[in-house]
Design a protein around this ligand. Sequence first.
Ligand code: HEC
Ligand code: HEC
Length: 260
Amino acid sequence: MRKFVAFSLCSVLIVGFILLAHAQMSDKAQLGRELFHDPTFKGTIKPGTKEGFSTGLSCANCHADFDDTANPDGLIRAGHSVIGVPHRGEAKGGMIKGADFARAAGGGGFCYEHFLQKVPGNKVNPKAIPAEHAEALMAYFEFISGDNKGPEFEIAMLDDTAKKAAGEKLAAMNGDSEKGWELFGRACVTCHPTPYKAGIGTRLIGTRAPRDMNKLMVRWATKIRGGGFLMPFYAPDILSDQDIADILAFLRQELENIKK
Ligand code: HEC
Ligand code: HEC
């Protein structure tokens, strides 16, 4: 009996230590966590409006740092959760792999230049992120991921013709404007605070009705599915065709309400 009690106590202690070791974040991972939420990257991204300066966006604006498929919080983020990033081993459809993968923060180095600093997509160097920041982000991703491989997804990079075709198809669909308003609130307000007010993104509903509503809807649908300069694209597993049709129905209704 006494042996059994001693054995149980020992087990409890061992399990306790393992849990504790797990719960404690290294300084590196803690730095990664702070960078993930900080649009200034600890002050290293400078204020200003030109290329290479802050947009005001942080990683957290477009990626969850928890499993948002298992435990959604209701927000719709353009990027997938960063849970599982260290397990992926490659990013940008295989364009970033091998030793470059960790150096580019699992692909986050692309977003670091493009979305946080407005560097045009074709000029981005995904390894330009300071090495210690890439390491810190990866340490954080490892800490929060553990064995969780994260969401499974495939990203089809659309060329301009495919984007336009998607836009034409979406603009021709019927949508539910009430659902569209809710989706807009959950997905778009970080950059379009309301449809009538500019933020990081442009003001969508102005004071004048559009001349050609259908043409505008095709252009907007193309932008939502395909992305813009700074506007992120929304993949079909994040916003379905019907979701985008609903958002367009809402925006179309607001455009039609503009007093002539
Ligand atoms: C404006 C939105 C936005 C911001 C801000 C942003 N990302 Fe992304 N990110 C995306 C989108 C969209 C993708 C492509 C879809 C995906 O892979 O989830 C992506 C892709 C990624 C990927 C996966 C790359 C791949 O191709 O497999 C990682 C990792 C990542 N981002 C990390 C980060 C980190 C770290 C930051 C902050 C430095 C950040 N992102 C900031 C939108 C953003
Ligand atoms: C990370 C910031 C960001 C998010 C999130 C975002 N947008 Fe944008 N959006 C922009 C920016 C910046 C522009 C200006 C043009 C560009 O960068 O392509 C824009 C432009 C647009 C345009 C084109 C306006 C025009 O007249 O050309 C539409 C339509 C639009 N956004 C709709 C949406 C919708 C709908 C959502 C949510 C599903 C959304 N945006 C989410 C940043 C964002």
